[in-house]
Design a protein around this ligand. Structure first.
Ligand code: PEP
Ligand code: CO
Length: 455
């Protein structure tokens, strides 16, 4: 059934967002060139299908009802330069490994959603950046302009929309081929071992987890005579912030034999904190598509906004349709989340609850680098579990910025990475990510938390 529109809402079309205030859109010097690029984008084949979108929506509904857990993770900002075999493979490996660890802890299916294949556009707090008296447009992600501090790189270039779409297609194509080709076959967890696992203090625990899964699989197959079939291959879904609305609109389509409109550039688009105003263009865009959609929620939300999100995005209150991704920070979640949960209940909502444990925990070192402390990230997740539970609900997933690479962007974790270590391998253009070891460690802690609580 197509998504209903709220009773008081005006008719929705893929471009009805253009009648609203659209924050965070680039200022292209040549609107005709933008128009041409979007026209070309409209003709390209989609990246995902409506079948997959429907499957994801069903899986998210299960998670919203407490019968699944979502791992959403990847780069803060994907870079065109990182669209390479080793980078993509490592990202898939770390997400796979984390999800296996989580399955054992959660004792329920884990849905894997990558912040990849389209996570190329970034909101910025300032329009401009000034260095040594030179003022240029801020870097808004590779979909819009280049990170290099030069007039040429920083000028928004509509051709980047096509380059981004193509790279998203390459990324997804490779991930699908890896998964289909047996890379993610649970009979062969050694395929997705990362080199470091052998040297890590977490290696033994990880391998024990994988053995447990292998044993269960063999038990099912040999003793019960069931071929694991679909369960031994692992799906990945894609997600990105639906920020650049021209890009999203260009892939918003109808399909034969299914009512409604689908964003076929991703399975799961979400509205970021800076563009989540209920009357703004981004929520207007999201309200009319059939995809499951997310909204980031942070400090400063109001009860009125919450009720309005529900009415606009999920008028039927259908589990799986709407995900609220809260990102308050370890210090504020205790004060803020109960009020959010109450406001959602008052509006009759049944969203999937996901904790983004990154964006409320950003700090700047004395050396001027953005970082996050592993301990804050875990503390926010742990508090999120406790608060949802205390209020009779359930945390349904986590949203993380992470990478399969050995970067030094976040401090803390088992290796005790400190702020002096950060300069060694700091790559992110925007936000600091957990490296592979911190990511896996976090998965273990979350799994332990879920296990101890019998959830
Ligand atoms: C992000 O997810 O990278 C981001 C910018 O988050 P938020 O919108 O929550 O600030
Ligand atoms: Co970020």
């Amino acid at each position: 059934m197509p998504t209903e529109v709220a009773a008081d809402a005006s008719p929705w079309t893929p471009d009805s967002w253009r009648r609203r205030t659209a924050l965070q859109q680039p200022d292209y010097p040549d609107p005709a060139a933008l128009h041409r690029a979007l026209a070309e984008l409209r003709l390209l084949p989609p990246l995902v299908t409506s079948w997959e979108i429907v499957v994801l929506r069903e899986q998210l509904a299960e998670a919203a009802l407490g019968r699944g857990f979502v791992l959403q993770g990847g780069d803060c900002a994907e870079r065109f330069a990182d669209c390479s075999s080793p980078r993509i493979t490592n990202m898939v490996k770390v997400l796979l490994q984390m999800s296996l660890v989580l399955v054992v802890g959660a004792q329920r299916p884990v849905v894997r959603m990558g912040r990849f294949a389209g996570q190329y556009a970034k909101p910025r707090s300032s329009e401009f950046e000034t260095r040594d008296g030179v003022r240029l447009p801020s870097y808004r992600g590779d979909l819009v302009n280049g990170a290099e501090f030069s007039e040429e790189a920083r000028t928004p270039d509509p051709q980047r929309l096509l380059r981004g779409y193509e790279r998203a297609a390459l990324t997804l194509n490779f991930i699908r081929a890896l998964v289909k080709g047996g890379f993610a076959d649970l009979h062969h967890p050694e395929y997705f071992d990362l080199d470091w696992v052998r040297h890590s203090p977490l290696a033994d625990e990880y391998h024990r987890t994988v053995e447990t899964i292998g044993d269960s699989l063999r038990f099912m197959e040999h003793i019960l005579g069931i071929r694991a079939g679909a369960t031994d291959r692992i799906d990945f879904f894609t997600a990105h912030e639906a920020l650049h609305l021209g890009y999203e609109e260009a892939q918003t389509r109808t399909v034969p034999r299914r009512p409604g409109w689908f964003n076929l550039a991703t399975h799961f688009p979400w509205a970021g904190l800076r563009t989540n105003h209920p009357e703004g263009a981004h929520i207007e865009y999201l309200r009319g598509i059939e995809n499951p959609v997310g909204v980031k929620v942070g400090p400063g939300f109001t009860r009125e906004h919450v009720a309005r999100w529900m009415d606009l995005l999920d008028p039927r209150r259908a589990p799986g349709r709407l995900t609220l991704i809260h990102r308050f920070g370890a210090k504020s979640i205790g004060d803020a989340l109960p009020g959010l949960i109450e406001a959602v209940r008052a509006a009759g909502g049944q969203p999937l609850w996901i904790c983004d444990a990154m964006h409320g925990n950003t700090q700047t070192t004395s050396g001027g680098l953005k970082t996050r402390a592993f301990e804050d990230v875990y503390s926010e997740v742990e508090q999120a579990f406790d608060i949802h539970r205390a209020m009779g609900g359930k945390l349904g997933g986590v949203h993380l910025e992470l990478t399969g690479e050995n970067v030094t962007e976040c401090i803390g974790g088992a290796r005790g990475q400190n702020s002096q270590d950060l300069a060694r391998a700091y790559e992110s253009e925007i936000d600091p990510r957990l490296n592979y070891e911190q990511s896996l460690e976090l998965a273990f802690l979350i799994a332990r938390k879920m296990k101890n609580e019998g959830r």
